[in-house]
Design a protein around this ligand. Structure first.
Ligand code: PA5
Length: 431
């Protein structure tokens, strides 16, 4: 993984960069020494190195056993108990995996919305399938997954009977607290623990992410290895590391009025990775009336929609592009004797060469339009490099939050809608 910041140089002051790199280094040290804000939620910092062989094997064995029984896995969870797994699975899966089910189960998600139609259509689909549930909730009390789980559990029990259903439900939750833990004990579900000191949005490398990713058929050891190597490269003891530089640059841009960061990709497999990233940064930094607003686009798709605004709209945007060097497959454009579409000038070229030209052309246009550009390059999309990106963004997020002066590890603002909703619904205690 490589970070390039040269296309931010015209928008930031060199002296300020030196100053902010020092701040970033101090913030990084604070994360390791656990003496900053939110220091009871820093379990993710050393997590990749601390995942035990026993846990990895347990996840792999559980995944292998359940995969034999199902053609659909429904993963129930929301926010940090959903986005990481979905992001990694989408990044690594065939674009059309739901139509190619010979080797891997279809991975569906529930409990991430309160749509009645979604639940109806899902349960309707599951009637003719062999399926199971992974239910993920740290608190065990979050409304959206709790509602979905109650409905899906009853469907599963109706289909398989209570005893077999309890063998088809895997719970990922707190080691002792919460309604889900209590239910799991009572019904004898296979259970995995979410560590106390790892918050939802930093939990993808715990069973929260690792279990669904393994069930989907991916190599969690390579994912963890990518994170281990990036943890080492971004330790505070490393002189200049990319996580510190990224955190420093985005904070300077923010100070200079670039209050919106757009995560850009040129591969639709990374679209959901951006959703994970948006939660990570939005929930960590958006507080006390501060914080960069995280947005995302998939190019070239969105060049035909959001492209106009990015090129010409209010100049408060900067882009962070995730660029992938190599494609998995090889598709070339052929020559056409009629050439009615006038594409013969591209004949013989790979599609990715056209995509890369769009990327370079866009970079130039957006820079000229006043949009600073940070670029992160990975050689290819695989478990290892996705693991690198995950840890890189987590580390940079902690550093960046500290530079901004907020606690990046709490989310007090998330409670406001819940209080109102509970009052409207007449939940006891909220009258
Ligand atoms: O990052 C967070 O803490 C949140 O997004 C939570 O993960 C989300 O609200 C789900 O919480 P829980 O796992 O307790 O159901």
């Amino acid at each position: 993984m490589k970070l390039e910041i040269k296309n931010t140089e015209n928008f930031i002051d060199k002296a300020k960069l030196v100053e902010y790199k020092v701040n970033a280094s101090k913030a990084n040290k604070s994360l390791h020494q656990k003496n900053g804000l939110g220091n009871d939620f820093l379990g993710w910092v050393n997590l990749p190195n601390e995942i035990s062989e026993e846990l990895i094997s347990d996840i792999e064995k559980t995944a292998e056993t359940v995969r034999k029984k199902i053609d659909v896995m429904v993963t129930v969870g929301i926010g940090g108990s959903y986005l990481g797994a979905k992001a990694v699975i989408e990044a690594l899966s065939d674009n059309f995996s739901n139509f190619k089910t010979e080797t891997n189960p279809i991975m569906l998600f529930a409990g991430n919305n309160l749509s009645e139609d979604y639940l109806y259509e899902l349960t309707d689909l599951l009637k003719d399938r062999k399926w199971a549930i992974t239910v993920i909730s740290k608190s065990g009390t979050t409304t959206e997954p709790a509602v979905a789980f109650r409905i899906l559990k009853s469907e599963l029990e109706n289909k398989y009977g209570k005893e077999e259903a309890s063998k088809r439900i895997i719970a990922v939750t707190d080691k002792e607290k919460g309604a889900l833990k209590q239910l799991a004990n009572q019904e004898g579900y296979k259970t995995f623990v979410i560590p106390d000191d790892v918050g939802g949005r930093f939990s993808v490398l715990t069973p929260v992410g690792l279990l669904p990713i393994a069930i989907a058929g991916f190599n969690i050891r390579n994912l963890i290895q990518g994170a281990i190597d990036t943890a080492e490269n971004s330790s505070f003891e490393k002189n200049e590391n990319s996580a510190e530089v990224y955190a420093a640059v985005r904070n300077i841009l923010y100070d200079n009025g670039f209050t919106n960061e757009i995560l850009v990709n040129y591969n639709p497999k990374l679209s959901f990775f951006a959703e994970w990233w948006k939660q990570l940064y939005g929930e960590s930094e958006g507080k006390e009336s501060k914080g960069i607003f995280p947005a995302s686009v998939t190019f070239t798709t969105d060049l035909h929609s959001m492209g106009q605004y990015i090129q010409d709209g209010k100049r408060n945007l900067f882009e962070t592009v995730i660029s992938v060097e190599k494609t998995k497959y090889d598709v070339k454009l052929s020559k056409d004797s009629d050439n009615l579409d006038k594409l013969n000038y591209l004949a013989g070229k790979n599609i990715e060469e056209i995509n890369k030209s769009a990327e370079l052309g866009t970079l130039k246009a957006h820079l000229e339009g006043g949009v600073p550009n940070i670029r992160i390059t990975i050689p290819e999309i695989n478990e290892y490099h996705i693991g690198e990106l995950i840890y890189f963004f987590e580390k940079a997020c902690g550093i960046s939050g500290y530079i901004l002066g907020v606690n990046p590890f709490d989310q007090p603002g998330v409670e406001a809608y819940k209080r109102n909703m509970f009052q409207i619904l007449g939940k006891p205690g909220y009258e």
